[in-house]
Design a protein around this ligand. Sequence first.
Ligand code: TYM
Length: 332
Amino acid sequence: RPRVLSGIQPTADSFHLGNYLGAVRQWVALQDDHDAFYFVPDLHAITVEHDPKTLAARTRNGVAQLLALGLDPQRCTVFVQSHVAEHARLEWVLGCLTGFGEASRMTQFKDKSAKQQADRVSIGLFTYPILQAADILLYNADRVPVGEDQRQHVELTRDLAQRFNSRFGRTLVVPEPYILAGTAKIQDLQDPSAKMSKSSSAPGGIVNLLDDPKVNAKKIRSAVTDAEREIRYDPQAKAGVSNLLTIHSALSGRTIAELEGDYAGRGYGDLKKDLAEIVADFTAPLAERVQGYLDDPAELDRVLARGATRAREVASATLAAVHDKIGFLPPT
Ligand code: TYM
């Protein structure tokens, strides 16, 4: 079975609709016919300033959300990144193969660092994509299901794997990004020219999966559209309406063409009202399911312990092969 791996950061109290439609929904589908590894990258979460208590709570909550959204620990490996020491250790080796200029060209780093004073930008934020490459390469992942914003990081991962293999001999699997065209970039409701983002969207722009359906309905009703009246999919000219159609289609299963027909001659208010209901139907049961997992911390710990054991088996074998190829003496 092909191997898949992906991760979602514990940097907010709730995942949002972009995380789900762009990534986690595919993770759930892929666990059936793939050897699947999914994790919460807490090492990545400390590349920006953080509060320790909040990080711990969000990490647990992140795992609980993944289970509530449909990851089944009997069919996939769920773990927390810091439980597997090999991630940071492979990152070091890969960092020694990465050019400074190459890392400087990562757009996520450029975006995130541009907003802060130079001295507040951590080296960890700079090496973030190299750690992500280590995450992927440790597990010999064939496919990496992510949203469009992670494509460049998967490209770097491919370059590093190929570079390692050509310098030291075939060792690492070169992964493919797995990005679904339709839902790879869910836009911010208030600023439909930007992606919906845990770190940079204003609250009104994000549909959080764990928020009260009334809160989300209000955000959907206030979503920015355009001055026309026609409900038509045209991401260039009508980014807001197109984003609403994308979300509707992804959750209702109706194609965009069908939706354009359904809404012919009707107004934006109708589309928003229906979408708010569809989103509510999807999110309403989630908060309770998440709470169910959080109320049984012993079971959650067992899931994570099993996940970490399985992850370490795979990761330690890859790291040992890498160390051997680069000339590190095996520990005696
Ligand atoms: P993160 O935590 O920002 O996002 C988790 C996943 O959600 C996707 N996503 C979106 N998809 C569509 N529309 C959006 N508006 C949207 N916003 C987020 C992201 O593309 C991602 O797939 N660096 C990663 C975490 C990571 C990782 C990894 C991923 C660490 N190591 C190894 C894959 C493999 C990140 O910050 O994702």
